[in-house]
Ligand binder design. Structure first.
Ligand code: ASP
Length: 461
C-alpha cells in the first residue's frame, strides 16, 4: 500500500495510519447473504474501522433497488395513489434481512416512524435516505459497531449546496471519539435538520468524505466488479483490468463514460492524497484497481502498458466552421461561443486548426436547436462556411505514459486505418494524457476493438 505522506512523516501519531474506510455498495448489502460476505471482509482486517453503506441493491438481475422503490413510493404519494404496497415491499425486505441475520436493529419500530413521517408528507430526499439509514443500522447491529447517523454530520446549506468545511469538522469530531462505526451513505442535512441527499450513487461521496475526515490510510470502495477494466467488456471481450490509475486518468476515463465510482467522490480524497481501492465483494481475493496520485502513478509507470484505458461515448454532433484569416480576427471564438451560450448549449471540445474551428457538442444538449445555431454562426459570426457532422462518437485513449513515448498516435491512427475507420476529428489534450478521436457512430465498436488490439493485444472477440 502506498503511503501518501512525504518522506519522514509516515507513522506520525494521529495521522490516521491504521484506519481504512470501507464503503460497500448496494449489491454488497442486498440481502443477508451479501451482508455476510461484507462482514467477513470487514472482520478480515482490523484496520477496517469506518464503514459506509449504500441501500440494499439488486439481489438478481430483474430485482429492484430499494432506493428505486423509495422514489417510486414518493411518486405514488405525489399522484395521490396508495403507496402502502410499495412500503410493504420495502419493509418486508429489511425485516427479512434482520431476521435472517438474527439481529435486532429496531426495523419494525423504524418503519412506524417512517410511516408517520409519510403521512405528514415527507420529502423525496427523506424517503430515499431511509434505504441507507436502515441498511447502516442493520450492518452496525450485525457487526457490533456503533451506528453513526450522517444527519448533522454531512452538511448542506439551506439552498442544498454541500458544505465541505463544516462536514469535515463535524465528521472529524463525531468519529474521533469512536473506535469503529457504520455510517449510512448518500445523505446529510440542511441547517434546519431536514434531509438532503447527494445525486444518485452518492454513497461513494460519503465514503470519500469519511476517509478525508479521519485521514484514512486508504478508501476502499467495495462493489460488484473488480475495479476498472481497460475497455468496456460489452465491446472488447475479456479486457484486462487496470491495476492502478491516477486520479487524473480516472477523471478522463469517467468523463468519457467508464463508470464505477461517483465522479464527485474523487475530489475529497484526491485533495488529501488518500488512495482509493476499488474492490469486489464477491471476489475479495482480487486486488482491484488502486487509484493513486499522479506522482505515484508515474513512479510505478515502468512496466505498465502504454495506455491505461479506452473509453468512449456515442451521439455527438460536430459543427465545423471555416473562416479565412480566422486567427487574425479578434473576438471570433468569443462570438461563436456566445451563440452557444444564447442557446444554453455547452460544448465538449473545441479542436481548431488554421482558419478552422470545430465545436463538438453532445446531442442531448442540441434538442432541435441545431439549425438555428448554424444559421446564427453563419450570420452573426460571419463564418465563410459551416459544415455539420451528425451521429459522431468520441473515443478517448488515455494514459499518462503517452507523453513520453514516441509513436503512440501513429499506432492509434494506423490501427483505425487498418480496419477502415474514418477519423473525423482529433483532439489531444494539452496534458498529453489522452488522444480523443471522433468517428461515426457506426464505427464506434470497431474503433474501440482496433485500438485495444493495437495497444494491448489481440481482441478475442
Ligand atoms: N442508494 C443510492 C442510489 O441508489 C445511493 C448509492 O447507492 O450510492 O443512488
Amino acid at each position: 500500500m502506498h503511503r501518501r505522506f512525504p518522506g519522514g512523516m509516515e507513522g506520525k501519531i494521529g495521522d490516521g495510519m491504521g484506519i481504512k474506510v470501507a464503503k460497500f455498495g448496494g449489491t454488497s448489502v442486498a440481502d443477508a447473504k451479501q451482508i455476510g460476505k461484507t462482514v467477513e471482509i470487514i472482520r478480515a482486517d482490523a484496520d477496517r474501522r469506518m464503514i459506509v453503506v449504500s441501500a440494499p441493491g439488486k439481489r438478481f438481475e430483474t430485482d429492484t433497488k430499494i432506493t428505486d422503490l423509495l422514489y417510486l413510493l414518493k411518486t405514488h404519494m405525489e399522484q395521490n395513489a396508495p403507496y402502502g404496497q410499495v412500503l410493504q415491499i420495502v419493509r418486508d425486505r429489511f425485516l427479512e434481512t434482520e431476521r435472517e441475520l438474527g439481529v435486532n436493529a429496531d426495523v419494525a419500530d423504524e418503519f412506524r416512524i417512517i410511516e408517520a413521517r409519510l403521512e405528514e408528507g415527507a420529502s423525496a430526499d427523506y424517503i430515499a435516505s431511509r434505504g441507507e439509514y436502515l441498511s447502516a443500522k442493520i450492518v452496525a447491529a450485525y457487526l457490533g459497531y456503533d451506528f453513526v447517523d450522517a444527519a448533522g454530520l454531512i452538511c448542506f446549506n439551506a439552498k442544498g449546496r454541500f458544505l465541505p468545511d463544516e462536514t469535515r469538522q463535524a465528521l472529524g469530531a463525531a468519529l474521533s471519539a469512536r473506535d469503529r462505526a457504520v455510517l449510512p451513505g448518500f445523505y446529510g442535512t440542511h441547517p434546519d435538520g431536514t434531509i438532503k441527499t447527494f445525486s444518485r450513487g452518492g454513497s461513494d461521496i460519503t465514503g470519500a468524505l469519511v476517509a478525508e475526515a479521519v485521514n484514512a490510510e486508504v478508501y476502499e470502495n467495495w462493489t460488484d466488479v473488480s475495479g476498472f477494466l481497460m475497455a468496456d467488456p460489452r465491446i472488447v471481450e475479456n479486457p484486462k483490468g487496470i491495476d492502478f490509475i491516477s486520479y487524473k486518468e480516472l477523471r478522463e476515463l469517467s468523463y468519457m463514460g467508464a463508470s464505477v465510482l461517483h465522479e464527485n467522490a474523487i475530489y475529497p480524497v484526491r485533495l488529501a492524497g488518500i488512495p482509493i481501492n476499488i474492490r469486489n465483494t464477491n471476489r475479495p481475493e482480487e486486488k482491484g484497481t488502486l487509484i493513486v496520485s499522479d506522482e505515484i502513478a508515474k513512479e510505478r509507470a515502468g512496466g505498465r502498458d502504454i495506455i491505461t484505458g479506452i473509453a468512449g461515448n456515442r451521439d455527438f454532433t460536430v459543427i465545423a466552421i471555416y473562416k479565412n484569416m480566422m486567427s487574425a480576427e479578434a473576438g471570433f471564438i468569443r462570438r461563436v461561443l456566445g451563440i452557444l451560450e444564447d442557446y444554453d448549449v455547452s460544448v465538449e471540445h473545441i479542436p481548431s486548426g488554421v482558419d478552422t474551428l470545430s465545436l463538438v457538442i453532445a446531442d442531448r444538449y442540441l434538442d432541435g436547436k441545431l439549425d438555428d445555431i448554424v444559421d446564427d454562426i453563419e450570420r452573426k459570426a460571419q463564418a465563410d462556411s459551416v459544415e455539420v457532422f451528425e451521429n459522431m462518437s468520441l473515443i478517448a485513449t488515455v494514459g499518462s505514459g503517452m507523453a513520453s513515448r514516441k509513436g503512440v498516435s501513429a499506432t492509434l491512427f494506423t490501427a483505425l486505418a487498418n480496419v477502415g475507420v474514418n477519423i473525423r476529428m482529433i483532439d489531444q489534450g494539452s496534458s498529453e494524457m489522452n488522444i480523443i478521436v471522433g468517428v461515426e457512430n457506426a464505427d464506434f465498436e470497431t474503433a474501440i476493438k482496433a485500438i485495444y488490439a493495437a495497444f494491448i493485444g489481440t481482441d478475442r472477440a
